[in-house]
Write a protein that binds this ligand. Structure first.
Ligand code: PMP
Length: 425
């Protein structure tokens, strides 16, 4: 039997001893006890299907046995060395992780969080190019540290403190919300209902968004820039996808200005998009830096910056130190996560189950007016409700079609009730 925890008592502790900035998303958040693969259990033993995976962090499944055993074994041996000593785990992991990445992305710097990884990516971009300005897309979330907050462009996360010197945002090429539509322009099994004037092979919507990008280059930054950062599919903003070719053309424009291109793979990496292991591959581009976090450790706090030898050496002109990054514990966990993705066939599962889910959800869009858009790729899914909310569906990659049927049935019932209530008003 579970030990009972009085909910009200914990709420009181929360009020007194936990930072109020750590806001819960729910009116009455679940009090969780245990996790197993795609399932979570509360203190009453009730089971929940986890469709959010700790904000896209649990990649291979809660407490995946392979990852848990690897961590337990290492916990009993050695946790920490700092990078001034050698340990095999970091070498094995760096070699393994980079085997998943194309040339010339072969040099790894391990950190502890996504914000820290993006901080470091900005730092390297500036040191390497000797330029300062970095461009990001509106709607992006790249971190909450004062450096990365300049790139983050979601009003809810902005604060009135000095941040973002040298950071400019540019228009989000959103084929659902944007002014030019894009009814067959995104790389998803489900296209938006927002019509566009694109003709076979020519995407006019993309041309318009690229014009906006050029406008930012011409008006908001100097002639030469340090770089551009984007997620392959925007995560926090609700799985927003850009028209095909947008990133390819934007990368070219950035490189013409002396900048480097950073792909934030914090949510899209590790097979989640299904067709490819990395999100950038779905756009046919190779970035100069990739940043990895969340799914990299299946919930263990670790992150990484992977870049080229040249760019990495820009940071070696002087010392740069990270106490916890690349600890033996993190490295064995990271390696076990990569093994689990391969052994459990999770990239293929993301593709199959994700495509099935997207097509099932599209039926809800056709049935219910409040469902404005269904989008995404693999298990990186957004359902935009046309009042003002977006469901983000990014479950552990081990979910199956039965879980999808259950989800769609629950959503169908909830939407049905919502419509009945709205009609009765
Ligand atoms: N990049 C993306 C795309 C993210 O979604 C997040 C976290 N939501 C971050 C960076 C920052 O990661 P962390 O919270 O580990 O600092």
């Amino acid at each position: 039997k579970y030990k009972s925890y009085p909910y009200e008592h914990m709420q009181k502790i929360r009020e007194q001893n936990i930072s109020p900035s750590l806001r819960m998303y729910y009116k009455k958040p679940l009090l969780l006890h245990q996790g197993h693969m795609q399932w979570l259990f509360d203190y009453e033993g009730r089971r929940y299907l986890d469709l959010f995976a700790g904000i896209v962090t649990v990649s291979v499944g809660h407490c995946h046995p392979k990852v848990t055993v690897a961590a337990q074994k290492q916990l009993a041996r050695l946790w920490h060395t700092t990078n001034i000593y050698m340990h095999p785990s970091i070498h094995e992991y760096a070699e393994k992780l980079t085997s998943f990445l194309p040339d010339p992305l072969k040099v790894v710097y391990l950190t502890n969080s996504g914000s820290e990884a993006n901080d470091l990516a900005m730092f390297m971009a500036r040191l390497y190019t000797r330029n300062f300005d970095i461009i990001s897309l509106r709607g992006a979330y790249h971190g909450g540290s004062p450096y990365t907050l300049g790139l983050t462009s979601v009003g809810l996360y902005k604060h009135s403190v000095a941040n973002g010197f040298g950071c400019s945002t540019t228009m989000l090429p959103d084929v659902f919300r944007g002014p030019w539509g894009g009814s067959h322009c995104r790389d998803s099994p489900v296209q938006t209902v927002r019509k566009c004037s694109c003709s076979e092979g020519v995407c006019h919507a993309n041309d318009q968004y690229i014009e906006q990008f050029k406008d930012t280059l011409n008006t908001s930054v100097p002639k030469t820039i340090a770089g551009f950062i984007a997620e392959p599919i925007q995560g926090v903003n609700g799985a927003v996808q850009y028209p095909r070719n947008f990133l390819k053309e934007a990368y070219q424009l950035v490189r013409e200005r002396g900048g480097i291109c950073i792909s934030d793979e914090v949510q899209t990496g590790f097979g989640r998009t299904g067709s490819h292991f990395w999100g950038f591959e779905t756009h046919g581009v190779v970035p100069d830096i990739v940043t990895l976090a969340k799914g990299i450790g299946n919930g263990f706090p670790m992150a990484a910056v992977v870049t080229t030898k040249d760019i990495a050496s820009s940071l070696a002109q002087n010392l740069h130190f990270n106490t916890f990054g690349g600890s033996p514990l993190a490295c064995v966990v990271g390696a076990a996560v990569l093994d689990a993705i391969e052994e459990d066939g999770l990239q293929k599962n993301s593709e199959e189950v994700g495509t099935y889910m997207l097509l099932e959800l599209a039926k809800l869009r056709d049935k219910f007016e409040v469902v404005g858009d269904v989008r995404g790729k693999g298990l990186m899914i957004g359902v935009e409700m046309v009042t003002d909310k977006t469901f983000r569906i990014k479950p552990p990659m081990c979910i199956n079609k039965k879980d999808v049927d259950f989800t769609v049935e629950v959503l169908n019932t909830a939407l049905q009730k919502h419509m009945e209530r709205a009609a009765a008003k």
